[in-house]
Each structure stands twice: as structure tokens, then as C-alpha cells.
Design a protein around this ligand. Structure first.
Ligand code: AP5
Length: 216
């Protein structure tokens, strides 16, 4: 099974992707996490991507498509993958269709997490992220057991540079302009399901699992 998690910044894609990938034994491929690892590693791609990410705008489609093709082609992804943050433009979605079509695969479900913009800003400005294992917390809604320390691996949590309020507003505007059209794109293909992402995380997980569960 191949899944896409679609939704605005802060909708809970990363939170849900970790759970859903575990349940269905899928490779979790987060374009944002992969890009942040490239930035930390100082690669050419990381250097090219960093200014776009810090500004809250999109990294060029060609760079993203090449990067994701490499990750989708690894042996770990051969049993199915869950794409988190990719595709993000119609050109990326068309590129994805072409690339996985060549492998005889397709996108089975697109989960569209719907959350009002007003809630997203407070989710993002209060988020704390683990730079080592990518776990996410929230200072009020989902605090770690020990302040600023990752529950899963003990690393000090950080606030992402793009989680400052001004950058969050640019990310939301970018989402509505460039990623919003993917809702129509995937609805037209009959694979999109809307999920209310403003519910408690466990309820969101249950709704996604019900959509993706194999049919008898
Ligand atoms: P990326 O890392 O993909 O960021 P994003 O899409 O903006 O998504 P986020 O990671 O911010 O949010 P999320 O939906 O995963 O929410 P989370 O689960 O953490 O991309 C970063 C940048 O990289 C982009 O701006 C761009 O520059 C570049 N990039 C990446 N992919 C690209 C692409 N394909 N093309 C071009 N450029 C690309 O949750 C957020 C917070 O809310 C957390 O604190 C969490 O604890 C809390 N929370 C989660 N669920 C709930 C809930 N149900 N109720 C209450 N709180 C909740």
C-alpha cells in the first residue's frame, strides 16, 4: 500500500505518519525530515534548500522529485510507503505518478487532514521537535515528560527556525496557493479522503486506520 498524507503545516502529518507507518509496516518518507537531514549534513541539496525552508516557501520541484525518487527506490520502501509533505504541487504529484507508474505502483489513498488556520498557528509556534529521531511534542498539548527532552531518545528538543510566527504565516499562504489544488487533483482520481484533523490525535489515527484497512 502507498499512502499520501496531505494537509497544511501543523495539521499533524508527522504525528500521524509515525503511527500509521508502524500500523501498516510502511516506510515513512517525510520530505521535510529528509531536507532537514540534508541541511544538517551540509550537502549541496541542503545548501540549496535551506533558504527556501527558512523563508517558508517551497524548495524547487526538480530538486524534490529527484530526492524523493531516491528514497522511494530504496529496499526499505519496496513493501509500500507513506509520503508526508510530498507531493506539494501539482507538478510534484504528476511527477510522482510517472515515477511510481514506471515501478508498476500507484497511490492507493490520500489522507487530507483538515484543520482551521487559526488552530495551526498555535500548534506550530508551540511545537518542539527532536533533531535526532524527529519525534514531535507541543509545550501545552503534548509536553515531553521532562521539559525540553525527547521522551523517545533523550535528545534536547529544539524549536524549528520555520516555526516562528512570521514564517508560519508565509507557510500557510504557500500551502493554500500551491498545495491546495492537490485536493481537487486527488479527489478527481477518487483516492482522497477528508479527515477532521482537529480531533484528538488518537481519534485522527483511528479515522485514518479505518480508511486504509484492507477490505475483505
Ligand atoms: P515540512 O517539514 O513538511 O513541514 P510542514 O508540511 O509545514 O508540516 P509540519 O512538519 O510543520 O507539520 P505537520 O503537519 O507534520 O504537524 P505535526 O505532526 O508536527 O516542510 C518544511 C519545509 O520544507 C517547507 O516549508 C518547505 O520549504 C520544505 N519542503 C518540504 N517538503 C517539500 C516539498 N514536497 N516541496 C517543496 N518544499 C518542501 O504537528 C504540529 C504540532 O501540533 C505538534 O506540536 C503536535 O504535537 C501538535 N498536534 C499534532 N496533532 C494534533 C492534534 N490532533 N491535536 C492537537 N495538537 C496536535
Amino acid at each position: 500500500m502507498n499512502l499520501v498524507l496531505l494537509g497544511p503545516p501543523g495539521a499533524g502529518k508527522g504525528t500521524q505518519a509515525a503511527r500509521i507507518a508502524r500500523t501498516f509496516a510502511l516506510a515513512h518518507l517525510s520530505s521535510g525530515d529528509i531536507l532537514r537531514a540534508e541541511v544538517r549534513g551540509g550537502s549541496d541539496l541542503g545548501r540549496q534548500a535551506q533558504s527556501f525552508m527558512n523563508a517558508g516557501t517551497l524548495v524547487p520541484d526538480g530538486l524534490i522529485l529527484d530526492m524523493m525518487a531516491v528514497h522511494m527506490g530504496t529496499p526499505g520502501a519496496s513493501g509500500g510507503f507513506l509520503l508526508d509533505g510530498f507531493p506539494r504541487t501539482v507538478a510534484q504529484a504528476e511527477g510522482l505518478d510517472r515515477k511510481i507508474g514506471l515501478l508498476g505502483r500507484r497511490v492507493d489513498h490520500v489522507i487530507h487532514l483538515v484543520v482551521p488556520d487559526g488552530e495551526l498557528e498555535s500548534r506550530l509556534t508551540g511545537r518542539r521537535s527532536c533533531p535526532a529521531c524527529n519525534a514531535v511534542f507541543h509545550v501545552a498539548n503534548n509536553p515531553p515528560k521532562q521539559a525540553d527532552v525527547c521522551d523517545q531518545c533523550g535528545t534536547m528538543l529544539v524549536q524549528r527556525p520555520d516555526d516562528q510566527a512570521a514564517v508560519v504565516r508565509t507557510r500557510l499562504a504557500t500551502y493554500h496557493e500551491l498545495t491546495g489544488p492537490l485536493v481537487t487533483y486527488y479527489r478527481g482520481k477518487g483516492v482522497l479522503a477528508d479527515v477532521d484533523g482537529s480531533q484528538a490525535p488518537d481519534r485522527v489515527t483511528a479515522a485514518i486506520e479505518a480508511i486504509c484497512a484492507p477490505r475483505p
